[in-house]
Design a protein. Structure first.
Length: 91
């Protein structure tokens, strides 16, 4: 499923680490925004990492599940990549 992840992290070091972590899961479409194709296990891994390294008093993480119909309605203005589902298999 397509998931949009955005974050606002106060500490530079924590933000950099979390950014590098998310690069393993999806495409960094804006500074603090990732678009990922995740299953339930992937979502659980991201949430677990967030609970471990983010401070709930100062940091924010938002995850939005985007259905296929809504994904086709994404409007892009300006620079950037529109993420499309690619069919592939890793052997």
């Amino acid at each position: 499923m397509h998931v949009l992840i955005s974050y606002d992290i106060s500490k530079n070091r924590t933000r950099t680490r979390f950014h590098k972590f998310l690069k393993e899961f999806g495409l960094n479409t804006q500074k603090s925004v990732f678009e990922c194709d995740l299953d339930e296990q992937g979502i659980a891994i991201v949430l677990s990492q967030a609970r471990t390294c983010l401070d709930p008093r100062t940091d924010t993480l938002r995850m939005y599940r985007i259905c296929a119909a809504c994904q086709r309605k994404v409007i892009l203005s300006g620079l950037g990549l529109k993420v499309v589902q690619l069919d592939f298999m890793i052997l």
